[in-house]
Design a binder for this molecule. Structure first.
Ligand code: 7SA
Ligand code: CA
Length: 528
């Protein structure tokens, strides 16, 4: 039996409906160091001044120089729809998501202009990732030869044949599991690869069909090519009897990625950016302690659905991030693991380009990858984290009270918005080791606690206010705690006693600092 068929057998295996992740087949995240530009916004197909594809042709060089390695193109299929959404008071059509045929002459430009744009972008070293919409199509003027009626190729011919959710009332859904439907899209994806320069695909509305179907399409399109799925579905949208209704945003995303072997837009991070404090941005998929979870994340601040767009109605604005957080959000996604995706208007319409350009350069110089390690310092306010690339470590501080710096943080790479955004670069850290800290014979009054204060960032850089609290061990007045430190670093530290009262004097362990090399020892002890 061929190796791959054994693999596909393995991948097909599931345990009580949850796929057994087969880590041997890598997730399709390109080189693992991609920087994606969303190459359109909601009104790009309506730009009367100049056709969008020709805008892309003459911006291609700039896009390459700005450091983007890939561009997410709008759906290339002809969309002649026109609709009014009276409930939301908006209207539209032509954006490609209600397409009628694979004809490339669309509101974004002609077939020829698309070829020119694809050529210019490839020439600028930018990979082309087309947005594709296999879940549904405009059912009013369907070309009979494409998806004939009455052969269970449409959801309403056979509702139980649909492998996922319906788009709206399901009148326009196709049954992607149907062999003819599967083949039709497979041929078109290969056509996009061979005639229109596609080296990757963005799968729209993946809640509407099976991830395994996406994996089969990718095996035909190019098993190592980049793919990303748009799974925008919160836990509350799953039926009560579906395990995902009781899991987190990250869990459903990881399950979909395991079954499709594609990356996913990090809606777990988006949800935290929308509803959590900056400190809670660490709970995105890209901040997960497990690199297998970080590497599947395509992080973003906003896209053509969630954000504003220049022009008609200012776009859709389903879930826009507040203006005051946008710069910090771009610093976060470009300074942390995952594959960052930058929204076109933030780069080229709304004068955020200078910041983003610098952030991309810092990321690339450090060699940050999708699965790079990241460690957070929750003892500071805002968000402080260290991401380690192949060439450098980046320390980022967003809206943080980090002021006393450890000696090694001398290279400040960026400060922005009056210090709300600060980034330092240092030599790449070794993977962290856990060291057990013990403080003995500390006497404390009610309200006081014992802390480890020391030279490195993890120990508060000698700032008592950001030292690490230890836990009282019931017997013989001992305080202990395990702290992760980068290996092979010379560390100096002391036990301190303090309360949270600023007026209350800090009591320091007497005598010389305790010093050790992290990793050479796995425990260290101070005494009063
Ligand atoms: O509300 C935002 C969030 O708030 C948070 O607090 C919540 C979140 O859960 C919550 O925690 O997010 C919710 O809302 C999102 C936005 O609706 C949902 C998300 O699941 C939900 O959790 O996201 C869904 O909608 C997005 C727009 C989709 C997501 O995949 C999907 O999950 N994005 C992609 C999909 C499409 C469709 O291909 C595109 O939609 C997006 O650009 C793309 O990125 O005969 C057919 C027919 C009939 O069936 C209809 O009854 C009839 O009305 C036609 C007519 N439908 C028209 C629609 O009414 C009209 O709105 C259709 C032809 O055109 C329009 O549809 C547009 C759509 O509005 C637009 O966003 C579509 C097609 O042109 O193109 C775009
Ligand atoms: Ca469907």
């Amino acid at each position: 039996m061929k190796k791959t068929s054994v693999l596909s057998l393995l991948i097909g295996l599931t345990l009580n409906g949850v796929a057994i992740a087969d880590e041997t087949v890598p997730v399709r995240n390109g080189t693992g160091e991609e920087i994606l530009l969303q190459g359109f916004h909601w009104n790009s197909s309506r730009d009367a001044a100049e056709k969008w594809y020709s805008v892309l042709t003459h911006t291609a060089g700039q896009i390459g120089r700005d450091g983007f390695t890939a561009i997410w193109m709008p759906p290339p299929w002809q969309d002649r729809s026109s609709w009014v959404d009276s409930r939301k008071g908006t209207s539209g059509g032509g954006e490609g998501y209600f397409w009628g045929s694979f004809d490339k002459n669309s509101d974004y430009g002609t077939d020829k202009q698309l070829q020119q744009a694809a050529g210019a972008l490839k020439g600028a070293g930018v990979k082309i990732v087309y947005d594709v919409v296999p879940n549904h199509m405009n059912d009013s003027n369907v070309v009979e030869s494409q998806f004939p009626r009455g052969r269970k190729e449409w959801r309403h011919d056979c509702a139980e044949c649909d492998e996922g959710d319906a788009f709206m009332d399901g009148a326009a859904d196709l049954n992607t599991h149907n062999p003819q439907v599967f083949e039709t899209f497979k041929k078109e994806f290969i056509n996009l690869r061979d005639q229109y320069g596609a080296t990757g695909l963005r799968f729209d509305f993946v809640r509407g069909y099976a991830p395994e179907t996406v994996d089969r399409w990718m095996q035909a399109f190019g098993d190592q090519q980049f793919c990303v799925g748009e799974l925008w579905k919160g836990p509350r949208e799953y039926p009560d009897n579906d395990w995902r209704s009781k899991a987190g945003w990250q869990d459903a995303l990881k399950d979909w990625s395991d079954r499709s072997r594609c990356t996913v837009f990090d809606f777990a991070l988006k949800e935290r950016m929308q509803n959590g404090s900056i400190a809670e941005w660490r709970h995105g998929l890209n901040g997960n302690p497990n690199p297998a979870w970080r590497k599947i994340a395509v992080t973003f601040v906003d896209n053509h659905d969630t954000g504003s767009s220049p022009g008609l109605y200012r776009g859709q604005r389903h879930w826009p991030l507040a203006e005051a957080l946008r710069n910090q959000a771009y610093a976060y996604i470009l300074g942390t693991p995952g594959t960052p995706a930058i929204y076109w208007p933030d780069m080229y319409d709304w004068q955020r380009g200078d910041l983003i350009r610098q952030l991309i350069a810092i990321r690339k110089e450090a060699g940050i990858k999708a699965d790079s390690p990241i460690r957070f310092q929750p003892q500071y306010s805002g968000l402080v984290a260290t991401t380690t690339g192949t060439r450098k470590s980046l320390v980022i501080a967003l809206d943080s009270d980090l002021t006393k710096l450890p000696q090694r943080l001398t290279q400040q790479a960026l400060t922005w918005d009056g210090g709300k955004i600060r980034i330092w670069t240092t030599a790449p850290e070794q993977p962290p080791v856990s060291v057990r800290f013990t403080c003995d014979y500390a006497s404390t009054y009610p309200g006081q606690n014992v802390y480890a204060a020391g030279s490195s960032l993890e120990l508060g850089a000698w700032d008592p206010g950001h030292a690490i609290a230890l836990t009282r061990n019931s017997q013989e007045n001992r305080w202990i705690g395990a702290i992760d430190l980068p290996a092979n670093q010379g560390i100096e530290w002391k036990c301190i006693v303090r309360s949270n009262e600023p007026s209350d004097p800090v009591r320091w362990q007497p005598g010389p600092n305790v010093s050790f090399i992290s990793g050479a020892v796995s425990e260290t002890r101070g005494t009063f």
